[in-house]
Design a protein around this ligand. Structure first.
Ligand code: GRA
Length: 384
């Protein structure tokens, strides 16, 4: 596998780097502190083709691929992790429509998503259904004009602001996971209410509940066949976990850069604190975990670009990157001491944001379960 960046990929990475430094960095602390959702950035990233990099040109994308998506996600998250979430909210639904939508659905719904004009989200989790997706309670009951949706989805990024959502619901509870179906909804209609949830970090990316009460779904909004929802959900998560893993690498890098920069400036006991071997030990570990996670992300992305199964590789990358980010943020805070704890510097934000990567899109424990059960031969991770 060749991880040398082509000229095209180098240009995309540099574009994302420059964009993040110019458009995101100046207000990152303010956006976090004031919990500002930057819709303008969703649009700008759409204009630059970031949301469309894994979408074929016929649907408005650039078709650069998953390696490009990983590079972009890392660069954006390095500067402000919450803004990286915006990309997954557009890319995730667009990819699921690409994989499972009809030609008409693709032509109608993918372009506004990847331009950033229709804010997307995906609604899987419920108050009593997190890691165990099939325990969801939301139902889509057949009516003469389509379906009637009832239930509550929670911890949904973009829920307070989204125009559209991919929603998973039971169309036939008796069939267990074979009775779940997927729908693409217009949320600017009656029958849905929203509630914003407070959280530890990732403040510039709003999270909330979607409460559906007799929400009418037209028949034409179903994605795939009835009962295909669980499979669609797993495929969807496999795409979005990759972007998430790349974001975690970006955050680990930001924490490492902050720690190294401080260790090279701060003097105690007559020398730079980088000279102390206890700090060198921490910095060496940060470098190794970050670099290993990055290569694992690249491997998973290259497999996706070759259209080869990569569920196992995505889980390995997601687990490694989430842990690398949490480790690096914790270590950076220790190296910076009171300046790490201070809200006047970004390291405390890195620590708050890093924790999310161990929870979202399949927790670290779920990734370990997928990895270990594959190794033990209990459950094959790479399925189609
Ligand atoms: O044989 P079959 O016809 O019964 O099908 C099975 C299997 O082949 C069935 O699903 C199929 N399947 C798949 N199909 C395609 C399973 N995995 C895949 C796949 N990767 N691709 C049931 O399979 P199973 O193995 O018996 O299912 P299980 O035991 O329920 O699944 C295992 C597992 C724990 C891995 C799975 O449930 C899982 O990944 N859980 C974690 C869910 C998760 O990530 N939740 C996060 C929700 S979204 C979120 O975090 C929000 C982020 C976005 C935001 O910020 O808003």
């Amino acid at each position: 596998m060749d991880f040398d960046l082509s000229e095209e990929l180098t240009a995309v990475r540099d574009l994302a780097h420059g964009f993040a430094e110019k458009e995101i960095a100046p207000t990152a602390a303010k956006d976090d502190g004031e919990h500002t959702f930057r819709r303008d950035l969703v649009l700008k990233m759409g204009e630059l083709g970031f949301h469309g990099c894994v979408i074929p040109e016929e649907y408005g994308g650039t078709n650069l691929g998953f390696f490009a998506l990983a590079l972009i996600s890392e660069e954006i998250a390095r500067v402000h992790s919450a803004i990286r979430v915006y990309i997954n909210m557009q890319v995730g639904p667009a990819l699921t429509l690409l994989d499972f939508g009809t030609e008409e659905q693709k032509r109608r719904w993918i372009p506004p998503l990847i331009r950033g004009e229709a804010l997307g989200c995906f609604a899987i989790t419920e108050p009593n259904a997190g890691s165990d997706v099939a325990s969801m309670a939301t139902t889509a009951t057949k009516s003469d004009r389509g379906y009637i949706l009832n239930g509550t989805k929670t911890w949904i990024s973009n829920a307070p602001v989204a125009d559209t959502a991919i929603v998973f619901a039971y169309t036939d509870k008796s069939k267990r996971h074979h009775g779940i179906s997927a729908f693409y909804l217009d949320l600017n209609r009656s029958g849905v209410s929203r509630r914003t949830l407070g959280k530890l970090g990732t403040h510039a990316s709003p999270t909330g509940e979607l409460i559906f009460e007799n929400f009418h779904i037209p028949e034409a909004s179903r994605i795939g066949q009835e009962g295909e929802g669980f499979k669609i959900c797993m495929r969807h998560l496999n795409h979005t976990r990759l972007g998430c893993a790349a974001g975690a690498v970006g955050l680990a890098r930001a924490a490492r850069e902050a720690a190294v920069s401080y260790a090279n400036q701060r003097e105690q006991f007559g020398q730079k604190i980088g000279q102390f071997q206890m700090n060198q030990d921490l910095i060496a570990q940060m470098v190794v975990h970050e670099e290993a996670a990055r290569l694992l992300v690249y491997r998973a992305a290259c497999l996706a670009d070759r259209k080869q199964p990569n569920n196992l590789e995505v889980s390995i990358a997601k687990y490694a990157a989430a842990e690398a980010a949490a480790f690096a943020a914790d270590v950076a805070l220790r190296i910076l001491g009171a300046y790490g704890y201070s809200t006047e510097f970004p390291v405390e934000r890195y620590l708050r944001d890093a924790k999310s990567y161990q929870i979202v899109e399949g927790s670290s424990n779920i990734q370990k379960l997928i990895i270990a059960q594959d190794a033990l031969g209990y459950r094959k991770a790479n399925r189609q």
